[in-house]
Design a protein around this ligand. Structure first.
Ligand code: UD1
Length: 426
């Protein structure tokens, strides 16, 4: 298994540009199927999840080529509407292909993503929404089959503002006759990026970023270009790294408005944060203070994807830092690993309480999921001595050259390659 070896205790200093967003590029790659034609995507990060998505597109009969930060997808030759289990298992976001293939072909067959490292990950909201559009859904031998001779626009109120269900619905609704209105829609910035891409491709979608999104059909445009938005969670990772290790770091090519809740916490901890139009500079203080409780909520609330990262940044903060995880059942798996580094953390149900310790020490730890794994790297940067983060392929799913980026800021991080094992994505 690959190991991230960190020699902690070095301050971070310098400027880096933030990668394109994993959670934006993946639904957009699926969306490239809608209406056919060619898609040029810029600012695509190099990630295992992007590789898995390229594999799916090729399996479906599309041409997909990644060169540098650009991916060109030609979906004209698409000749399959089925994704085999092995490909579905490689990443959770493959469920997004359901809405996209349904819109393109009127029928799709794929295996259910099943449980994963963040607890149970049902897709009931996706299926309920597609049914409301007129799809007939059956399950056979672990596969979901979705068929619709004709999809019809309607009003769909989501029981919970699920990111994936909102995206799947936007994709399928492109092929529906008449208007589809989604209420209680997820408001994450990646939904706005998907709307922007689909509108370039010929859709008529309004409202992304608000709880009400309307989709009014689609007139395909044969060749489109789009630049993927910056990754707010990767940006949060580097901010937390600067806090854990100490230092003065400038992030460029990002959108500070997407990190407001995180920056508020970091300021409460005593950090100096200066935002520009597309940048954030963070300077961490000698002594960190525990911030007010961090309660994860759908956007614009505190993101669940940043919970473990902020926890890593709080391990040495004076006082008690409190976390409440409301989005996923099983998102404290990094806690036991952080304790190995000397962290003092108590978990009761959805609440985790971190009592700041004066010093952390390096130790071997295991990455149990993508963000929890990155959080261990962040914690390792602030621990004295060597930390080995043993990783069965989680971290590379979400970070483009994490070791290289941290090294450019003065950290000592090496990725020691090993055999990849297969994991389901978050
Ligand atoms: C997306 C993000 C992930 C992030 C999450 C929450 C991508 C590729 N992944 O995941 O990084 O952590 O949003 O911000 O964009 N739920 C149901 N039934 C459903 C769908 C979801 O009960 O049909 C529940 C989930 O179990 C979870 C909650 O809703 O408890 C949030 O899930 P959702 O917003 O759908 O997250 P994802 O789209 O899977």
């Amino acid at each position: 298994m690959p190991v991230w070896r960190i020699n902690g205790g070095r301050h971070l200093c310098g400027r880096i540009d933030v990668q394109g967003a994993k959670n934006a590029v993946l639904p957009i790659m699926a969306a490239s199927l809608v209406g056919g034609g060619t898609t040029h995507l810029d600012n695509c990060p190099h990630l295992l999840d992007v590789d898995a998505s390229v594999e799916i597109l090729r399996y479906l009969g599309c041409r997909a080529v990644q060169e540098g930060d650009t991916i060109v997808i030609d979906s004209t030759g698409m000749n399959r509407n089925h994704i085999p289990h092995g490909l579905m298992m490689k990443m959770r976001s493959s469920v997004m292909y359901m809405g996209a293939i349904l819109a393109r072909c009127g029928e799709v067959r794929l295996s259910t993503p099943g449980g994963c490292e963040l607890g149970s990950r049902p897709i009931d909201l996706h299926l309920k929404a597609l049914r409301a559009l007129g799809a007939e859904i059956t399950e056979e031998g672990g596969e979901v089959i979705c068929r619709a001779e004709k999809l019809r626009g309607t009003h769909i109120n989501l029981d919970f503002p699920s990111v994936g269900a909102t995206e799947n619905l936007m994709l399928a609704a492109c092929a529906a006759e008449g208007e589809t209105v989604i209420t209680n829609a997820a408001r994450e910035p990646e939904i706005s990026d998907l709307q922007c891409f689909l509108n370039r491709k010929g859709a008529d979608i309004h409202g992304a970023g608000t709880p009400e999104i309307s989709i009014n059909g689609f007139s395909p445009i044969s060749c489109v270009e789009h630049s993927v938005m910056p990754d707010r969670i990767a940006a949060a990772t580097y901010l937390c790294a600067a806090v854990s290790a100490g230092g003065d770091v400038m992030l460029g090519q990002m959108n500070p408005a997407h990190l407001e809740t995180i920056c508020t916490c970091l300021k409460e901890m005593g950090c100096s944060i200066v935002t520009g139009r597309e940048s954030i500079r963070i300077r961490s203080p000698e002594r960190l203070r525990a911030p007010r409780p961090m309660i994860t909520k759908p956007y614009p609330g505190f993101p669940t994807d940043a919970q473990a990262l902020l926890m890593a940044a709080c391990l040495k903060a004076e006082g008690t830092s409190v976390f409440v995880e409301n989005i996923f059942d099983s998102r404290y798996r990094h806690v036991d690993e952080m304790r190995r580094l000397g962290a003092d953390i108590r978990v009761e149900g959805r609440v985790a309480m971190v009592t700041g310790t004066a010093a952390l020490h390096g130790a071997p730890v295991t990455a149990c999921d993508l963000r929890g794994g990155a959080a261990l790297v962040v914690a390792g940067l602030g621990a004295a001595g060597e930390t080995d983060v043993i990783d069965c392929g989680h971290i590379g799913r979400g970070y483009d050259d994490l070791a290289g980026t941290l090294t450019r800021l003065g950290a000592e991080v090496t990725l020691i390659p090993g055999e990849q094992c297969m994991c389901i994505a978050s």
